[in-house]
Design a protein around this ligand. Sequence first.
Ligand code: RIB
Length: 340
Amino acid sequence: MVVSIRDVAAAAAVSVGTVSNVLNRPAKVAPATVERVQRAIEDLGFVRNDAARQLRVGRSRSIGLIVLDAANPFFTDVARGAEARADEAGMTVLLGNADEDPPREARYLDLFLEQRVNGVLITPTTEDVARLTRLRDAGTPVVLVDREMPGGGFSSVSVDDVEGGRLAASHLLSGGRRRLLFLGGPQSIRQVADRLEGARRAVDEVAGATLEVVEAPALTVLQGRAAGLEIVGRAADQRPDAIFAANDLLAVGAIQALSIMSGVRIPDDIALIGYDDIDFAASTTVPLSSIRQPASLIGYTAVDLLLQELDDAGSPAGSGHERNVRFQPELVVRESTTRV
Ligand code: RIB
């Protein structure tokens, strides 16, 4: 037998409206009444029918979050921060993994539109924002996570990745390294392109310094290991004396290839720095220097911007009202660049 909201109201001796308030706006109901209704819900085994509610109010209680790579702990921390802020607003986060694949990202955007989510947070796989623009213009707020949109049009929460790239390369150069190698991912990912731009600016300021660019097909441990093995396969005078990996996963793979599989000494022979400062960067076989992004705060702030747009429906992004929050990257120095 399906238990209805009316059954709960009768069992708790309250109105259907009170049960609805307990479910959606518990702060508006006396604590004793909340407790009585929640006990009736548990005793009867009531499960709310969100589809019916969506039809009534036109929106689900959820927010869609599409990340570039769910296997990357950076995005796990972003999702945790987003959930924390969504929970404060009585909402839930539906997570989609684009896996750095634009068609897969598009399928998630279509799904979240069908699900009538309250809004979408996304780290886009490409610069093509036609789908995001349609979503926004159809009344679903979109907030970019971990990058801005040149020319505006969307609220965003990001880190200054050009400055982050400059910080990373400057740290290597200040340690006397001169043959730098940037180990990046697809240049279509703006974060990668910006980090490379920052590294180029730092290298251009140092006479005699060079920057080689290696573009891995994806920003993963496996691709970092493959790139590392290619590097150790070179003649010694063809190898870099420092590697700046576009994220920590690439750096972890490179450490495996250089240090574990080939006996290359880090940092003595080749210094190595990553980006994100994910939790296990500090506990890799050679503790990894990195450029820290406040991942959880990025996620929390992105949901906060989305909620502001929902509250401020009169001036949505795209009408010049977008809000852009940009955090500063932080250099974290460990043994992979500095012998202690
Ligand atoms: O997913 C690729 C990278 O982009 C992540 O490691 C994080 O740095 C994001 O900015």
